[in-house]
Write a protein of this length. Structure first.
Length: 288
């Protein structure tokens, strides 16, 4: 069983020349890029086309007996789409609470609570697909597959690219996110950098199992925290809107939480439009 999410500080982070106060300033200590240690940020090559990727958010909970079946649906969708779908499991809601019996690990996060609060109706399991229809919109698991297919078919308007380098002796993860507008983007772009972990083993309620309480359930794609807060920060030169071809880079040096397994980590870069819908997603595993 892994330890609980570490403590995040409320801070203002310099990302390409500035910082911005948002509703959820959940920022990690020391996430400004350490160019003094690691040199200039990499130079990214402009593109003329890109791949549209999708974020499938699965609102789950360890005391939700229907949630394991929903996780199977999410995994199947991701496997069938040639790595173009990222899954993020968000533990939130009344069924994510702890007790003095089996469910004594708190898998919730401040970021997850923000996402939960956005939903027009709150229940487990529900999901969002690229936050289509706005952040308040929600989908039942049976609706996820057609929504993903529609989102993948949409023409991309933003190229998003993510690079990382892991420095184990300093416990530093360097991240660089590149964005390029492929169409005019009114209202500005926000960038959220989210941290996930897989391979976490603990108790889970599953109505399809006998007994229903599984002591060694494996949690994957679990939201653990962020570098930018749940809602992200203005994405450099794209933060106030962008003309076709305009570019931005955001770079970070993150002091890795020692309670998390870097070998099981996933980093998600999520670009959002002014309405809170997702423009594109980039994913990487830092030590692959």
């Amino acid at each position: 069983m892994k330890a609980l999410l570490g403590v995040f500080a409320v801070a203002c982070v310099a990302i390409i020349g500035g910082c911005d106060e948002i509703d959820d300033p959940i920022l990690a200590v020391g996430s400004g890029y350490r160019a003094d240690l690691y040199g200039p940020a990499p130079v990214f090559a402009p593109v003329t086309a890109t791949v549209q990727r999708v974020l499938l958010e699965d609102f789950t909970a360890h005391q939700c007996g229907n949630c394991p079946a929903a996780a199977v649906i999410a995994e199947g969708i991701a496997a069938a789409t040639n790595d173009r779908v990222s899954v993020m499991a968000i533990h939130a809601g009344n069924l994510a609470v702890t007790d003095d019996d089996h469910f004594d690990t708190d898998w919730t996060t401040e970021e997850g609570d923000v996402f939960w609060s956005q939903l027009a109706f709150q229940a487990n399991p529900l999901g969002r697909v690229n936050r289509g229809g706005g952040p308040a919109n929600f989908l039942a698991p049976a609706e996820w597959e057609p929504a993903v297919a529609a989102a993948l078919a949409a023409p991309p308007t933003l190229h998003l690219e993510l690079r990382a380098s892991w420095v184990p002796e300093a416990n530093h993860l360097n991240l660089h996110v590149y964005g390029q507008a492929l169409a005019a983007l009114d209202g500005g772009v926000r960038l959220a950098v989210l941290l996930l972990e897989s391979g976490l083993v603990d108790y889970q309620l599953d109505y399809a199992s006998d007994p229903e309480v599984i002591p060694d359930y494996t949690f994957n794609h679990l939201l653990r925290g962020s570098l930018t807060g749940a809602l992200g920060l203005p994405f450099g030169a794209l933060g106030d809107g962008a003309a076709t071809g305009e570019q931005a880079v955001a770079s970070y040096t993150y002091s890795w939480n020692p309670d998390w397994d870097i070998a099981e980590a996933t980093v998600l870069a999520v670009a959002l439009d002014a309405s809170g819908q997702i423009l594109n997603v980039a994913e990487l595993h830092p030590v692959e």
